[in-house]
Design a binder for this molecule. Sequence first.
Ligand code: SF4
Ligand code: SF4
Length: 200
Amino acid sequence: MASDIIKGLGTTLREFGRKPVTVSYPEQQRNLSPRFRGRHALHRYENGLERCVGCFLCAAACPADAIYIEPAENTPEQQVSAGERYSRIFDINLLRCIFCGYCENACPTGAITLTNQFELAAQWPEDMVYHKEQMLDASGVADRGNAADWYPQPPEETPQSVPARQGYFDGGGASAAAVGQGDLESRKDILLGSEFESKG
Ligand code: SF4
Ligand code: SF4
């Protein structure tokens, strides 16, 4: 129909002068939102101990059943984490993961965060199961990840709830710091800093 052709040409003309939104990936990279959620990282304290205390809260919060943990007891001879237990095995199946971030919200010690790493292609399905050794901060590196970027400035109109804003899951003071092994600030301090305090 002639009217359809004219309509189509109109759309073409309308878009003609606009800047393209596509980029020549991988030569060009897009700027990611600071709140972008990619694959996970596991973190350490400044004293080298692992933050993960093998509590399973992240696995319980995971709606995709993507996290598998086997904990083990710390001993005086082998103190791995800042709690009674540590995760001997910590696997995340990224084929199941929906990158919702519930695991980092649930973690009382800030041990797990989602990074902005999104290049996750693999030849075999089993390579998409990430092990603790692949996700853990290198020895000597203490990193809190990018979770702090997610919470301080959520857009006012965001439809998602921001658990830390309401103080949910703020169990930081009751875990690693309580056993005197960690330098842990409360989770709300880590995530929101003075902004949270001033908002009450
Ligand atoms: S991001 Fe969501 S789906 Fe992925 S492991 Fe964490 S809780 Fe599970
Ligand atoms: S919630 Fe945190 S401390 Fe507990 S098992 Fe998961 S990563 Fe480790």
